[in-house]
Design a protein around this ligand. Sequence first.
Ligand code: NAP
Length: 266
Amino acid sequence: MNALASPRSAAAPSTAASLAGRVAVVTGAAGGIGAAICEGLAAAGATVAAGYNGSREAAESLAARLSVTSGQRHAALRAPVTDSAALATLAADVQARWDRCDILVNCAGTTRFVPHADLDGLDDALFDQILQTNVRGPFAAVRALAPLLRASGAGLVVNISSIAAVTAMGSNVAYCASKAAVDNLTRSLARALAPEIRVLSVSPGLADTDFVKQMDADWRDEQAGRTPLRRLAQPAEVAAAVLAAAVHLTFSTGAVIPVDGGRPLQ
Ligand SMILES: NC(=O)c1ccc[n+]([C@@H]2O[C@H](COP(=O)([O-])OP(=O)(O)OC[C@H]3O[C@@H](n4cnc5c(N)ncnc54)[C@H](OP(=O)(O)O)[C@@H]3O)[C@@H](O)[C@H]2O)c1
């Protein structure tokens, strides 16, 4: 266990730079929610590896503009979650650069809108792509980074799930099933990887990313109207839940943290 690791004995840190010295790998970093998570972790003092698949330039520009509050050297690293060999390379790169990984945020995800009743519209290829990316991907990333996360002494995995896991309402049937599987993965891995690594799901409702902002305004208003708090989640609020998991919820594992404005209540 290295000098920074004291999760089971120390009080939760509470300063702005409470993750100083920690290294966080975020998959899907160039996406709307991933970027907000990287920004939150960097502002709290963590060094961020912004993982990308196709969006190399966006991830590099994100890494270049992240806060440096305690001398961190952020980087954009290739992290295609359906390619386990590439994830092994990622883990080796993280070890070579920083010799540690304390936090893994599995934020990469994929989907496409297919009405739930359109069974033929959800073909095998799309179904497999969604499950491979959204379910096998987080598992493969954990498998690749587990040795570093164990050595951290304060290892944390946060899987970005969705309320679609419980409402079964979302972009398509496979997406909803994939997020239910993610929450189940969270519980299995929390048991399997304890006590060295905590595993949590953060489960957003519809988030007001640039992508969602481009969608039909009436549809967005309808979604907000069906949410008890009468609005969509801000990406920064999803990031705040990840930070809470890292900084404050130090005796929580195997749990699903909703960031959904109470949507499943409606
Ligand atoms: N937006 C919402 O309303 C909402 C609500 C609930 C849950 N979520 C979940 O939140 C997460 C992020 O969503 P978002 O809205 O930020 O989506 P987004 O903007 O579409 O970003 C998704 C990210 O996933 C990455 N990705 C896709 N396939 C990948 C693969 N095979 N390997 C590695 N990375 C891959 C993409 O990387 P590249 O760009 O580098 O290819 C992209 O950066 C997802 O897991 C999503 O299911 C979103």
